[in-house]
Structure formats: C-alpha cells, structure tokens
Design a protein. Structure first.
Length: 299
C-alpha cells in the first residue's frame, strides 16, 4: 500500500521545480518585458473598447502608427505623479514635423495612412424618427446621443458606420463635424493666442529629439515651454522680449530627451497631443502587443 509521503515524493515533488521555474519566468516577463492593463477611456474607439484587457510590450521602441501606453503627460514627469495609463496611437516620432489640415494629419508633409476604424463626430437629422438603443445596436454606435428635440443627433462614427446610416431612409441628413481654420480653441496646445489652432487645424511644427538645439523667440517659446519648464525641469521666464532659462538670458535650448505626438482613433473625442502637447519618451510604458480579453461592452 502506497503511503501518502510516497505519493508526494513520486508524483508531486517532480512538478514543484518546473512549476517554480515557470512562475519565476512569468514574474520576470511581467516585471521587465510586459504589462497587463485595462483600457480606461474611449480614446481608441472603435479600435479598442473601454475595459479591454491588453498586453503591453515594455521592451520595444514605438514606431509611427503603433498603439502605445504612457503615463499622464499633463503631470510632472520627474516627480512621477501620474498613475493613469493612456492608450493612444503614435503619430509622429522625434525629429518629425506634424500638421493637421481640416482633420487630415500630415507627417513630414505626407498624409498619414489612417486606421480603418478611425471615427469622427457626425451631425444626424432624422425624418421625425427617434434613434433608440435598438438602432444604435444595429449600427454599432456606442458614443453620442440626442442634441435637440427637433430630431437632431450627434454620434461618433467610423466612415463605414456613417455610410450605412446614410442608406437608412429615416435619416435625412448626416454631416461630419469640423471647424474653420480661423476658429481658435484655447484648450488646444499651446493654449496661446499666437497659435490660433483648433483640433481640426494645427499648423506645422517640429517634434524635438534628444540633442536638438532649439532656436527660441518670443513666439515659438510657447510651443516648447512645457517641454523646457515641466518635462525637463527648468525655470523659464519671459521678460519683455527676452527669454531666461534658469536665470540665464538665452535664445537657444538643448533638448534632453526624445518627444512624440499621439492621437486617439476616436479623433473628435480623445484628449491627446492636440490638447497637452508633446509626449516625453520617459512617459512611455510600451506599445500594444495584443488584446488579451475584449470588454463585454464590445458590440
């Protein structure tokens, strides 16, 4: 008759060491190479849904069009106050030039090849028909709603979703929203009247890389003031027509790290680089490796 101790040593012990090794490997991979996190916002609809569980590769440099994870860029990088993880698409790399014209993004003067699931806000008017949850489910709509009692609606849609709605006989008008080039939105970076930009129209500007020597003047210093003062921890002062960095009169600044520009695929509703500016390399956690588990919110 086998004793319990015999079973333990013959059946269980041989698996303990391999199991321990496997556990250590998983822990090491998680700590140094990968990170599991949930998508916390709607910035990447329809590509990613809030609640999706994703695997982030921490040991890979982001390239254009990669989906990246990063710490809150609105907080002080050096003090590491940020805890929320943002998930957005890397649009421009260090050394690139970027501009946006009527919603079209250009990097180094070339239009960006946008993802299939990119979506924008549309105004929709129906023929006295109320859009309800059943119709929203039919067309895969999960953001927006009624804006007036006159059968006006505003929804965030992909081009495919908008084209499908246009064929619905109950829809009499559907138009993608936009803003005039001259319309200034003070929430858009760099939040200064010298740059009267809005989320659909941003003039060309340079995304710095480590070692760049920026030539500064009283106009473009606003483009890089967060970079100088917050991201790279300097004292920046403007006195009349003079620029002082750490109390030294200067017309140049040498960049200490690389910067990126990110956008959400939910283009009209994402809070991205158009709002808070350049993304420091130190804030980047890694890039998307795979979606481990889709959220139940996915339709």
């Amino acid at each position: 008759m086998l004793k319990l101790s015999d079973v333990f040593y013959s059946k269980i012990v041989p698996w303990l060491f391999p199991g321990l090794i496997a556990a250590i490997i998983i822990i090491v991979l998680k700590l140094f190479f990968f990170r599991l996190t949930h998508v916390q916002s709607s910035d990447m609809l329809q590509t990613l849904q809030p609640g999706d569980l994703i695997l982030i590769n921490k040991f890979s440099d982001p390239q254009r069009n990669d989906i990246i994870a990063f710490n809150n860029p609105k907080e002080d990088t050096l003090e590491k106050k940020a805890k929320a993880i943002f998930i957005q698409r890397c649009i421009a790399l260090p050394g690139d030039s970027i501009r946006i014209e009527e919603g079209v993004v250009f990097v180094n003067n070339d239009p960006v090849q946008e993802p299939e699931h990119l979506q924008f806000n549309y105004h929709i008017k129906t023929n006295k028909f109320r859009i309800d949850s059943l119709l929203e489910f039919k067309y895969g709509i999960n953001e927006g709603g009624k804006v007036s009692d006159e059968f006006d609606y505003s929804y965030s849609l992909t081009k495919q979703m908008a084209d499908s709605l246009k064929k619905d006989l109950r829809v009499i008008e559907i138009e993608q929203k936009s803003e005039k080039k001259t319309a200034w939105d003070d929430q858009i970076y760099p939040h200064n009247r010298n740059y009267k930009w809005n989320k659909y129209n941003i003039s060309a500007f340079y995304v710095p890389k480590k070692g760049d020597i920026l030539t500064l003047d009283t106009a473009n210093v606003y483009l890089y003031s967060k970079l100088i003062a917050i991201d790279e921890d300097n004292k920046l002062e403007l006195k009349h027509d003079s620029i002082f960095i750490n109390q030294i009169l200067t017309k140049t600044y040498t960049v200490k790290t690389n910067y990126y520009f990110s956008l959400g695929d939910n283009r009209d509703n994402a809070i991205d680089s158009r709002y808070w500016g350049l993304l420091p390399e130190n804030n980047i956690v890694g890039k998307l490796s795979s979606v481990v588990l889709h959220s139940k919110q996915k339709k």
